[in-house]
Structures are given as structure tokens and as C-alpha cells.
Write a protein of this length. Structure first.
Lengths: 492, 112
């Protein structure tokens, strides 16, 4: 059936080719440490993937070619179209969706692997053949624990990741309200689900010789994991999405590594582990940027209506300004720092902002951008959006770098950012965001806030900055306002 | 392969991963994440293996879906990462610039 010489799955050559593949992954990520080499790195990692897939296709015992090629074809077409079409603002949804697909694939593979072991029944011949093929142990009626445990782990975590990512996708795409949703007794339900899953896993592992009994329990675990994934992500507010996406990314990676252990596949183990490391690092970084523990983010229902200090925003006085006045103020500044938030991305204002920076630089004003780690909806999202508008990456300053410079900054322009500039994070202990590191915009000499209205941000928390005496609000659509400022600057 | 060897590989890979990935700057975290998303598409290998010994329609369906999901992950992930990194790499991209850059019509970064 296979025209090419099939490789024995346990041969040294296969092992070596897998080593080539995962080395290329690591080199690819290594190149990703600098903007100028990262694209090549991505290409290198893609070559590694091609090596891994082709090697696997050449393995002895691989069959069902029609289905394999149908699957690859359908997947490629969807992947190509989706990656061409997606807007950079929608990148978090896209990553959440891909992550969910990965988790779903892992859960399915673990299920299939489990079924394969369970379903042998009388077909011991075939079982022996497969066991040899995947380098498995001698046949016994039992599912061996070194297959059972990683399979169960991969299935549960993959399923949690699949459903959690889908909920995250729904929230980011605003198919589901992004506000935190709380169900009474949530924590108890989640804890019971988790305990149930662990108990189910232990029962299966102990009874690994009584296979026919195990299947319903396995499916019950699959369903429980689906509920757990949904229930854990559903109550989390939109502002915490960068953490959630990173965490789900780590989960998917770990479950892939577990599937690799179950299938005795080194490329899967290393590939999955790399993703697990990356997701873990990003999760911790995002949590640090919010000054909260991961557990707190997952279980505290951040910014829920009960705790948000909203309600007083209508009565408090604020100062507003026209685009023309704003342009004058900017033109006479020496230094301007732009603080972009997700609102800028939603308004597609990044190109207009770049034009504004160009105009200002022509007038000898120095311009830089202060990027909060959780600006946007995923780690590093804002940088991508600004890069899309050809903003040189040297002008993008991280929070810790820009904060000491802000007291000497003449004008700070806050565009569509809210919570990450809220001084309550430093001063108001009752605020739900107290302790979160912020861009200290209130330290600058003057502040311009470009915003549609006085409504509170994604997390539903009122921002004292808007009522500060040195703050002027410029109301309107961010893109329109910035374009107006650009044309006013041209005339000055 | 025995379990201990596999766990050894896992632990070493975790250390390598932490070492390499912690050097990636914040600026590139989104491409990093979409690239690692593509890398976990490597689960498609599992799909290729299990569909090979599928012995019921259900198993074939499970395997097929897993392969589709994994391939979307790989193809979509690498391509979208490339699209993003293209924007970071080129400093000034004026359409009329160099003659040899003519062969890449896909660079018309669609967003408007």
C-alpha cells in the first residue's frame, strides 16, 4: 500500500528524524528572540514540523490513507483561509480557537488510544502488532498503566483546554457576554468535578484489567472535563483574558506531552513540553503584570459587578477638549507618550496614530509608546497591532522602562486604554485592581484621554484619571479624533 | 521506550523550553504564542498513528477530526505567525522599493 519503504517505528532512523524535528522547533523559538530574525525562526520551526509529519507518514503500520489525506486537505484549506483572513485585532480569538482545536485533537487522540487498548477483546493478533508498532509492552488483557495514566491526563486536560478555549473564544468574539458570570456554588461544583475526575481516573487505573466496565466511566470523565473547562473560564472577566489564554496554551502543551508519553512519541513529548513551558512563562508574566496570583484570577471572578466601584461616574465633573485644542497642546510639547489600549485596536486607529506621531516628529516632538503588558487581549497583542501600522519597534516602551520617564513627559495621550492607567490601582485599597502595576499616566504634566464616552472599561471599573484636574477628555471615535488631530497638526 | 526515559526527555525539554522562551521579548509574545500554537499541532502525529489502527467507524471519525484539528493548528498557526512577523521584520516597506521584492503578492497585509 505504501510505495515508499516503510520505516519500522522503533528504528533508530525514526528516532533521529524526530530529534531533527524537535531541534528545529527549539532553534526556531531561539530565533524568535529578536524581531529581525523571528520570521526566519518561524520558517525553521515549520520545516521541523514537516519533518515530523513526513517521518510519521512513512511509519510502518500507518494506514487509512484516504482519511489521512482528507483530514490534511480539509485542515490545510481551513488553516490557510483563516490565517489570511483574520484581522490582527482578532488575533486573541484566533489563538484561543487554535488552542482549543489542539486541545480537542489531543482529547480525541487519547480517547482513541484508550479505546484501542480496551477494544482488543479477541483481536490479540492485531493488538500485538500495534503494541510492537508503538513500542508498547507485551500483550496482557490490561491497559498498561504507563499508557493509561498519560492517556487519561491528556484526555482530561485536552478536554478542559478545548472547552475552556471555546468559551474564551466566545467571550473575545463577544458571542458570550465578556462580563464575569457567576453561578452560585461555582467553586464547590468545580471542586466536585475535579475530585470526580481524579476518582474516576484512579478507579480506571486500579481496574485496568476489567476493560469492558471502563468505557462508560471514561466517557463520564470526558464529559466532566468538558464541564470543568467551561465552568472555570465562564466566570472570568474579559480583562483577564491574556492570563486565561496563556494558561490554556500551557494546558494544551502539557496534554500534548502526555499524549506523547502514551504513544511513545518523542517529537510529541518535546513539542508539547515546549508549548507547556511557553504557556507557563506567559501565564506567570501576565499574572505578575496584574499583581495577582493565577489562582486568584481563576477563582475570584475579577471585576464582577458586586466589587466594581462603578456607579458614581455620572455626577463627577470632568474637563473636555476639542481635537483642535488637543492638536495645539501636542504641537507645543517636547515629549509625547502615547498609551494605547484595546479601544485603539477596536477603532482600527493604529494607522492614524502612526500618522499623528509622524506629524509630531516633524515638529521636533519626541514620541514613544507605553505598552502595558496586558494592553490588548493577549500577551504582546498591542505590539503586533502597532507593528501592523509600521510603528518602529524601537519606539515601543515597556511599562517599567517608561514609568520613570513619565514625570518629565509633557503630554500623555491615552487612546482607548482605561484600567491600565487607573491610579486607583496605586491608591485605593478597596478597588478590585488595587496593586496592579499601571502606566503612571497621572505623573505626566498633561493628560489627554481619547474616549468615546465616560463609560467604564472592559473590567467595569471607574477610572479616577478621567476626573483629574490635569486630564482633558477628547470625546469621539478614536480613529476620527486622531485623524482630526492629524489634519489640525498639518495646518499648524 | 520506558517511562523513565520519557519522563527524562520531558523534564529536559521543560528546562530547555524555559531557558529559550524566557529570552523572547514582550514585543514578540503574540507571535511566540501563535507559533507555539502551531507547534502543539504536532498532536497530528498522534492522529496519524491512531487512525492507522482504527477498527470501528467511531474510531475513524475520532481520528479524522483529530487530524483536521491538528492540521488547522499547524498550517494556520505557522502562516498567521509569518504574517505577523513580516510586519516586525521590515522596517520601511514602501511598495515601489526594491525590484527583487516583486514576487510576494501575499504581503498585502489585508487589514484596512
Amino acid at each position: 500500500m505504501m510505495p515508499l519503504a516503510a520505516l519500522a517505528p522503533d528504528s533508530g532512523l525514526v528516532g533521529l528524524l524526530y530529534i531533527v524535528a524537535f531541534s528545529l522547533f527549539i532553534i526556531g523559538i531561539r530565533f524568535g528572540t529578536h524581531p529581525t530574525t523571528a520570521r526566519r525562526g518561524n520558517g525553521i520551526a515549520a520545516v521541523g514540523m514537516a519533518v515530523a509529519v513526513i517521518t510519521t507518514l512513512l511509519l510502518q503500520g500507518i494506514g487509512n490513507w484516504g482519511l489521512i489525506f482528507a483530514g490534511i486537505l480539509i485542515g490545510s484549506v481551513i488553516g490557510v483561509v483563516a490565517s489570511k483572513r483574520v484581522q490582527m485585532t482578532a488575533m486573541p480569538q484566533m489563538v484561543a480557537l487554535y488552542n482549543g482545536l489542539g486541545g480537542g485533537a489531543i482529547a480525541l487522540i487519547a480517547w482513541s488510544e484508550y479505546r484501542h487498548w480496551v477494544h482488543q477483546g479477541g483481536e490479540l493478533d492485531k493488538l500485538q502488532q500495534v503494541s510492537d508498532f508503538i513500542g508498547g509492552p507485551q500483550i496482557s488483557a490490561a491497559v498498561p498503566l504507563e499508557v493509561m495514566i498519560p492517556s487519561l491526563f491528556a484526555m482530561v486536560v485536552g478536554s478542559v483546554s478545548f472547552w475552556g478555549s471555546n468559551v474564551a473564544f466566545g467571550k473575545l468574539q463577544e458571542l458570550i457576554p465578556s462580563q464575569p458570570m457567576k453561578v452560585p456554588g461555582q467553586q464547590v461544583i468545580n471542586a466536585l468535578l475535579l475530585i470526580g475526575i481524579v476518582v474516576g481516573g484512579v478507579i480506571l487505573s486500579i481496574n485496568n484489567e476489567y476493560l469492558d466496565l471502563s468505557q462508560p466511566l471514561f466517557i463520564a470523565m470526558l464529559v466532566a472535563a468538558a464541564f470543568l473547562g467551561t465552568m472555570v473560564v465562564l466566570p472570568i472577566g474579559g480583562a483577564d483574558m491574556p492570563v486565561v489564554i496563556s494558561l490554556l496554551n500551557a494546558f494544551t502543551g502539557l496534554s500534548a506531552a502526555a499524549a506523547g508519553i502514551a504513544l511513545d512519541n518523542t517529537a510529541l513529548i518535546v513539542g508539547g513540553t515546549l508549548v507547556g513551558s511557553s504557556g507557563t512563562i506567559l501565564t506567570l508574566e501576565m499574572a505578575t503584570a496584574m499583581n495577582r496570583s493565577v489562582a486568584n484570577i481563576l477563582f475570584a471572578g475579577f471585576g464582577s459587578p458586586a466589587t466594581a466601584g462603578a456607579g458614581s461616574q455620572e455626577e463627577r465633573p470632568h474637563r473636555s477638549m476639542t481635537a483642535q485644542d488637543a492638536a495645539i497642546q501636542l504641537a507645543y510639547a517636547d515629549s509625547v507618550v502615547v498609551v494605547p489600549g484595546y479601544g485603539l485596536a477596536v477603532a482600527q486607529a493604529q494607522h492614524a496614530v502612526r500618522e499623528m506621531a509622524d506629524e509630531l516628529e516633524k515638529k521636533g516632538v519626541s514620541v514613544s509608546y507605553a505598552i502595558h503588558p496586558v494592553a490588548g487581549r493577549m500577551p504582546g497583542h498591542m505590539n503586533v497591532l502597532l507593528a501592523e501600522a509600521d510603528v518602529p519597534y524601537e519606539q515601543l516602551k515597556e511599562m517599567d522602562e517608561i514609568n520613570p520617564e513619565l514625570p518629565q513627559t509633557d503630554v500623555c495621550v491615552v487612546i482607548g486604554a482605561n484600567d491600565v492607567t487607573n491610579p486607583a490601582a496605586k491608591t485605593d485599597e478597596s478597588s478590585p485592581i488595587f496593586g496592579m502595576p499601571i502606566i503612571e499616566v497621572d505623573e505626566a504634566q498633561q493628560v489627554l484621554v481619547l474616549k468615546r464616552s465616560m463609560s467604564p472599561g472592559f473590567a467595569g471599573i471607574d477610572n479616577d484619571l478621567f476626573y483629574h484636574p490635569k486630564t482633558a477628555m477628547v470625546f469621539g471615535d478614536a480613529k476620527q479624533t486622531v485623524s482630526d488631530i492629524v489634519s489640525e497638526l498639518g495646518e499648524l | 521506550m520506558d517511562l523513565v526515559t520519557e519522563i527524562t526527555i520531558f523534564v529536559l525539554a521543560a528546562f530547555v523550553g524555559f531557558e529559550v522562551i524566557s529570552k523572547v521579548p514582550t514585543t514578540l509574545h503574540t507571535p511566540l504564542m501563535s507559533q507555539t500554537n502551531a507547534i502543539h499541532g504536532i498532536v497530528v502525529l498522534g492522529g496519524l498513528i491512531v487512525i492507522g489502527y482504527a477498527n470501528s467507524t467511531l474510531d475513524e471519525v475520532i481520528g479524522l477530526i483529530a487530524i483536521i484539528f491538528g492540521t488547522i493548528n499547524i498550517v494556520g498557526g505557522f502562516m498567521v505567525t509569518d504574517r505577523m512577523l513580516e510586519m516586525f521584520g521590515t522596517k520601511k516597506k514602501k511598495p515601489a522599493a526594491t525590484p527583487e521584492s516583486g514576487g510576494e503578492p501575499e504581503s498585502g497585509d489585508g487589514a484596512e
